[in-house]
Design a protein around this ligand. Structure first.
Ligand SMILES: NC(=O)c1ccc[n+]([C@@H]2O[C@H](COP(=O)([O-])OP(=O)(O)OC[C@H]3O[C@@H](n4cnc5c(N)ncnc54)[C@H](O)[C@@H]3O)[C@@H](O)[C@H]2O)c1
Length: 376
């Protein structure tokens, strides 16, 4: 049994703590919660008397009550708390994003490398969506051939001004290290790198539309790979918005929307059609398949969130001693963060950014943005 503590029991951590204490994750249970907001801790422990409460993660670590921690605090605190927990030998799963800068993410990863017995995971819950898992299988098996293009339009995470007004740390350089990109898009950017790998360069443009915030809520980025480009477009002010990920290969095309996936496999690959066609146009027969989110999974995930599946898998990995059961390893958090930092860097410098970029330069520019907010 993996004994968990949740650090940060706000909106997301509170849900993780309730799911754990209700026994929804087989093989894992909640033994403690920790939050700097004492009232949240006291209220939670009053409702769940078997759960111990802590007001500081250092006291939690010292107590020795838990074997694993789930960190769900505002972004800027992820790195230090993760390093303290990992160094103390606690299995650690971090909410997205791993940290705010690639510079700090690398120092967390170094701490994890120095403590190889510790299980270190990331909360990338979109990876539990069976449609993206199917897409990964189709790409890796070669079923759609060589990738030629990808488009990801994700504009259905609507956030009103009231959303930004409710939490002090949201949509600011000083509070969360960015806006829509680092908060919402981190999920899709993890999927981009998980399915397509890491690009070689990034060019982007970010803007703020219709909200009183200092960060972006509207952006596009082009990720340049060796043989293709991925066009990424996101916003949080559009209604109703859309969620559409298209991946085109030489032998087939995958289209994933919110709850449905369609994939088409060509009888002959495009290069073969091109080689054989004597006319100016060409075609081949093809078969189209439909694949869904899953009728039973949909209501369960809508009520409890997809996140419980990631925590359950993390607990099972610890229990069975098999790190491969984790949905996402901690080190993988660096990749989506590299895309996020790279998009901001390209927008700030108005130039194409090649990967890897200078981590220290990024951290310095971000700090300047955060400091400038304080001057307003
Ligand atoms: N996976 C997802 O789909 C998903 C969804 C929402 C939020 N999140 C992530 O969860 C994290 C928290 O977001 P939220 O919406 O719950 O924020 P929130 O503001 O509602 O909650 C954060 C909590 O952390 C506490 N806290 C702050 N500093 C702390 C510290 N040093 N030690 C202990 N507790 C501390 C706050 O008091 C608060 O209760 C963020 O990383 C966010 O990106 C993930």
């Amino acid at each position: 049994m993996a004994d968990f503590a949740v650090i940060g029991i706000g909106r997301m951590g509170g849900q993780h703590a309730r799911n754990l204490s209700a026994g929804r994750m087989k093989g894992s249970r909640l033994v403690a919660v920790c939050d700097v907001d004492r009232k949240k801790v006291d209220d939670f422990c009053k409702k769940h008397p078997s759960v111990k409460g802590f007001y500081s993660h250092k006291d939690l670590i010292e107590s020795g009550v838990c074997k694993a921690v789930m960190i769900a605090v505002p972004h800027y605190f992820h790195g230090q708390i993760a390093k303290d927990c990992i160094a103390a030998g606690l299995h650690t799963i971090v909410e997205k994003p791993l940290t705010v800068t690639t510079l700090e993410a690398k120092s967390v990863i170094e701490t994890a490398k120095a403590n190889p017995d510790v299980y270190f995971g990331m909360m990338f819950n979109q990876r539990t969506n069976r449609m993206y898992r199917k897409a990964k299988e189709l790409i890796e098996s070669g079923a759609i051939g060589k990738i030629q293009r990808a488009n990801y339009v994700i504009t259905d995470w609507y956030r009103s001004q009231a959303y930004y007004n409710q939490g002090g740390w949201r949509a600011s350089w000083s509070g969360e290290g960015g806006g829509t990109l680092i908060n919402q898009c981190v999920h899709q950017l993890d999927l981009v790198q998980w399915l397509l790998g890491m690009p070689e360069r990034i060019v982007s443009s970010c803007r703020t539309v219709g909200r009183n915030i200092s960060t972006e809520n509207d952006l596009y980025a082009v990720f340049g790979y060796k043989d293709f480009d991925c066009y990424f477009c996101a916003s949080t002010h559009e209604l109703p918005g859309e969620n559409r990920f298209t991946i085109v290969g030489t032998k087939g095309t995958i289209v994933i929307t919110s709850w449905k996936m369609t994939y088409t496999i060509l009888k002959k690959s495009e290069p073969q059609v091109n080689a054989e066609t004597k006319q100016g146009y060409g075609s081949t027969s093809m078969r189209t398949y439909r694949y869904g989110y899953g009728l039973i999974r949909k209501p369960i995930d809508l009520i409890y969130g997809q996140q419980w599946r990631v925590i359950e898998a993390f607990g099972k990995a610890i229990d069975s001693g098999n790190k491969d059961l984790m949905v996402a390893r901690g080190e993988e958090g660096l990749r989506s963060l590299t895309l996020i930092n790279g998009i901001y860097l390209s927008n700030w410098k108005k130039e194409t950014v090649s990967l890897p970029f200078d981590d220290e330069e990024y951290a310095k520019l971000l700090k300047e943005k955060a400091d400038a907010e304080g001057d307003k």
